[in-house]
Design a protein around this ligand. Structure first.
Ligand code: ATP
Ligand code: MG
Length: 570
């Protein structure tokens, strides 16, 4: 490919609406162009990256025994009504009516359609298990599309679905997919951590996420992990062991229950200072609104609520912190003094976080302004459940060593669905005894475009993208320093053509721009190797530069071709 013809325009400046480094670099280096919020055109360079990631996925999925198909992107409401998700999916599901008034939607995922595809086609236990996958555009009207391709509204996903006659068979396929995923990401040049993303509860669903660990802040999730054992989980699901011995208010002289004045002291920090007590001896009340109903969380003062855990605990679709007006409306008290004490439990659901278990002689709001109760002890046995965010340094739930935290990007996940879709959709097979049974299902997703963006988050420097060579749009950039110089152009073209003949993906920068401009673009776009053809041709030498290490070697014309072959064709 000649650079003068490549459909790309690099920009001098970063786009100002971009926060994530991958977003900035993808726009600046000419990989994507925004059409509207969360919706991008994938320009030729990007399309090549997508094709490479997709090829790796296809090869590994096929090798793992899955079969590729392609399902409709536009879907009728009927299948969604059958599964029960038409009503509950929320605003991410883009719904519309066709010209006849039929309710339709743009596919955010394909559990419903795949279930209806398999149902009635594979009807006997003898035909199972089967695993079907596709690589396709999805649409989700994300509440906050951001970070470019990391969280778009339109994006490309690989989604696979497996159908089984037994839990054992599903377990086997789940392991098989976990292995395939590891290989896929490895081949994309990405190290991933497989983290638990279910609650680990017995009888609960089993699922794992594949996280690319990043140093950049754009990792959307915190991943907690233990260096001693192999425990790791994302913040939505991580659990830890808390030290409860320290949380006795008696240590601070509060061993007797008393109502004390705390005028205008509303935050935990101020309260701890005012009463000269540690915040972990205060029981904090945080009010939420879950599907428009109030939920009051009682949690230890030094802990924060993990909203996904809370959402799951109350079984709501949407959850958000209450405003101070709502606090007044639901509890009749201003925020800062809220409490589970003295409220109507029929009106407000109260959740006690596990961190509160074992607290003694603690401080708690009385649900009346400008006062707090000190030296309080629970007077009833409550059901304590975990809705708290884990903190770095908390103890590992398995081996009790301190947990560490890092940022991560979820590039894929695997899920045991069981009969969640097959039962309501009445999708069955016939077993050995001629009985109809619902399929036992698994599903397995990979964000294709997100994986490419995650690779940039992981591999970049001040000058631009540093693609792993497996998914780089091109491998080699041949740069003649002076295109006016006939001899330089001749040598550059010779090397370029040789590389092409060898099947190496190569660009020649035949633009008449200054060499400095071409070098900058080469680094910004992230070609793994650059061959510079300049003055040293008088000695029969060209310069070979490795983008990742920055190492430069002077090599002869044939030598440089051999070097590329060695690095790229094996
Ligand atoms: P998230 O928690 O990030 O919203 P999810 O649980 O909704 O992800 P799935 O529905 O399981 O994700 O989708 C499978 C994969 O698709 C994810 O692992 C992720 O890599 C990718 N993906 C999901 N949503 C987006 C998005 N808005 N933009 C880009 N990729 C996405
Ligand atoms: Mg999502």
């Amino acid at each position: 490919m000649k650079m003068s013809k490549l459909f790309v325009q690099t920009l001098r400046e970063f786009p100002n609406d971009a926060e994530a480094i991958s977003h900035k670099l993808l726009v600046r280096a000419g990989y994507i162009k925004k059409l509207t919020s969360g919706i991008y055109s994938y320009l030729p360079l990007m399309q090549r990256v997508i094709a490479k990631v997709s090829k790796i996925i296809r090869e590994e999925m096929n090798a793992a025994g899955a079969q590729e198909l392609l399902m409709p992107f536009v879907q009728p409401s009927e299948v969604w009504e059958k599964s029960g998700r038409w009503e509950v999916y929320g605003k991410e599901l883009a719904r519309f009516s066709d010209r006849h008034g039929n309710k339709m939607c743009l596919a955010p995922t394909h559990e419903e359609v795949i279930t209806s595809v398999v149902s009635g086609t594979f009807t006997s236990y003898k035909q199972l298990p089967v695993n079907l996958y596709q690589i396709q555009t999805k649409f989700r009207d994300e509440i906050r599309p951001r970070f470019g391709l990391l969280r778009g509204r339109e994006f490309i996903m690989k989604d696979a679905y497996s159908f089984h006659t037994s839990q054992e068979s599903l377990d086997e396929e789940y392991e098989n997919m976990a292995r395939a995923y590891k290989r896929i990401f490895e081949r994309c040049g990405l190290e991933t951590k497989m983290v638990q993303s279910d609650s680990g509860a017995i009888g609960g669903s089993v699922s794992h996420e594949f996280m690319v660990l990043t140093s950049t802040q754009t990792g959307e999730n915190d991943v907690f992990y233990c260096e001693e054992c192999d425990y790791s989980a994302n913040s939505n699901h991580a659990v830890s062991i808390l030290n409860v011995e320290e949380t006795d208010g008696a240590k601070f002289g509060y061993s007797e229950e008393k109502l004390v004045d705390t005028p205008n002291v509303k935050t935990i920090e101020d309260l701890a200072k005012f009463l000269k007590i540690d915040s972990n001896c205060i029981l904090k009340a945080v009010l939420y609104v879950a599907d428009s109903k109030p939920v009051l969380v009682m949690i230890r003062g030094d802990r924060e609520v993990e909203e996904t855990k809370l959402l799951n605990a109350v079984g709501a679709l949407e959850i958000r912190p209450a405003t101070s007006d709502e606090a007044y409306e639901f509890l009749g008290c201003e925020a800062g003094y809220l409490s589970f004490l003295g409220i109507d439990k029929n009106k407000v659901k109260v959740i006690f976080d596990k961190s509160a278990k074992g607290m003694k002689n603690f401080v708690v709001g009385p649900n009346e302004p400008n006062k707090h109760l000190v030296g309080y002890n629970f007077k009833e046995e409550y059901d304590f459940i975990d809705v708290a965010l884990v903190k770095e340094g908390d103890l590992c739930p398995r081996c009790k060593k301190p947990l560490k935290v890092t940022r991560g990007i979820e590039v894929g996940n695997i899920f045991q669905l069981g009969t969640k879709y097959s039962k309501p959709m009445n999708a069955t097979y016939t077993d050995e005894n001629g009985q109809d049974k619902p399929f036992i299902m698994g599903c397995y997703g990979i964000g294709v475009t997100r994986t490419a963006a995650a690779a940039i988050e992981r591999y970049h420097d001040d000058f631009g993208i540093v693609w792993p060579k497996e998914i780089a749009p091109y491998h080699v950039d041949v740069v003649p320093v002076n295109t006016e110089d006939k001899e330089q152009m001749e040598v550059a073209l010779k090397i370029y053509n040789k590389l092409l003949d060898e099947g190496i993906e190569v660009v020649i920068d035949d633009r008449s721009d200054r060499a400095g401009v071409k070098f900058k673009d080469s680094e910004l776009i992230g070609f793994p190797y650059r061959i510079t053809v300049g003055k040293t041709i008088s000695e029969g030498l060209v310069e070979f530069k490795d983008r990742k290490t920055g190492e430069v070697e002077k090599l002869g014309y044939d030598e440089v071709v051999e070097k590329c072959k060695e690095l790229l064709l094996n």
